[in-house]
Design a protein around this ligand. Structure first.
Ligand code: FAD
Ligand code: FES
Length: 258
């Protein structure tokens, strides 16, 4: 499915991140992504940060030129959407530890919403460079999730990377599953810490994408195409993807260290 949609709402979530809400009919599940086409510009993969009903949403962090320009999109402007694509989080585990870094909350927030709606107990270890960049802090609180914060500069919660509190929670807490999205080096540490206490992990992984249909190989990760085999992977799958947490591929397909 694809459509040109009108942006209904624009919410500045953090100094570098905005949410665009638009009406888009197809059913979607937390974890899935859409390709967002910005007229006269580029097409980018974006997780759906709002999946319920027809008023969907994407939450975009300024990373490069196109995402920076997308922060300037105003209500009333039109964008192209195709999808949703990819797989989703299974919301049924009873006790979930969520480890979110930076814009990783965009995909994890609707997944936590789905788990809470089923009565799941969710602890969110939420990390960012600085307090104003903690994405969806209030949204997670409103869902009734337990929040543990970490910032690189110590302006909210613990000072340092979110992997610190995440590793402590894994040692001390009682969880059935771990979900994570954020910088890949962070996710690699989370997978390793969860493995040490025997917990299954689901990671939402990003790679450059072009077709989103499993045809162009732009999103190759070991034996997988992130667009059709993911973007949500199990720890077991990632064990067979040696690039995970070490290398990515640039727009021309060249392997680059992270
Ligand atoms: C399935 C999927 C879901 C995504 N969901 C979101 C989301 O919900 N919110 C969000 O803000 N971003 C998300 N991204 C990442 C987003 O697509 C990229 O940040 C964006 O394409 C960068 O485009 P650009 O032209 O602005 O940056 P570029 O100029 O292309 O790159 C700027 C910097 O961003 C890095 N970068 C580019 N593409 C990616 C990528 N795919 N993953 C990680 N780093 C990248 C580059 O290496 C470079 O350092 C997602 C990516 C995928 C694959
Ligand atoms: S983006 Fe083309 S194969 Fe995944």
């Amino acid at each position: 499915m694809r459509a040109v949609v009108r942006v209904e709402e624009r919410v500045a979530e953090t100094p570098t991140t905005v949410t665009l809400r638009f009406r888009y009919e197809p059913d979607a599940s937390p974890g899935q992504f859409v390709m967002v086409w910005l007229p006269d510009d580029d097409e980018l993969p974006m997780s759906l940060s709002y999946t319920r009903g027809t008023l969907k949403g994407v939450t975009i962090k300024a990373m490069g030129e196109t995402t920076r320009r997308s922060l300037g999109i105003a209500p009333g402007q039109r964008i192209g959407i195709r999808g949703p694509y990819g797989n989703c989080f299974d919301p049924t585990p009873r006790r979930i530890l969520v480890v979110a870094g930076g814009s990783g909350s965009a995909v994890l927030a609707p997944a936590v919403e789905a788990a809470r709606a089923l009565g799941g107990e969710v602890t969110v270890a939420l990390g960012a460079t600085t307090a104003p960049e903690l994405l969806f802090r209030e949204r997670f609180e409103a869902m009734g999730a337990r929040l543990v914060l970490a910032t690189d500069d110590g302006s909210a919660g613990e000072k340092g990377f979110v992997t610190g509190p995440a590793e402590r929670l894994l040692r001390e807490g009682s969880f059935d599953a771990v979900w994570t999205c954020g910088p890949e080096v962070m996710m690699r540490k989370v997978v390793s810490a969860a493995g040490a206490v025997g917990l299954p992990v689901r990671c939402s992984v990003e790679r450059h994408m072009k077709c989103a249909l499993g045809m162009c190989d732009a999103c190759a990760l070991g034996p997988f195409h992130v667009c059709v085999d993911g973007p949500v992977f199990t720890d077991r799958q990632l064990a067979s993807a040696e690039d995970f947490g070490r290398f990515h591929r640039d727009a021309s397909g060249r392997r680059r260290p992270l």
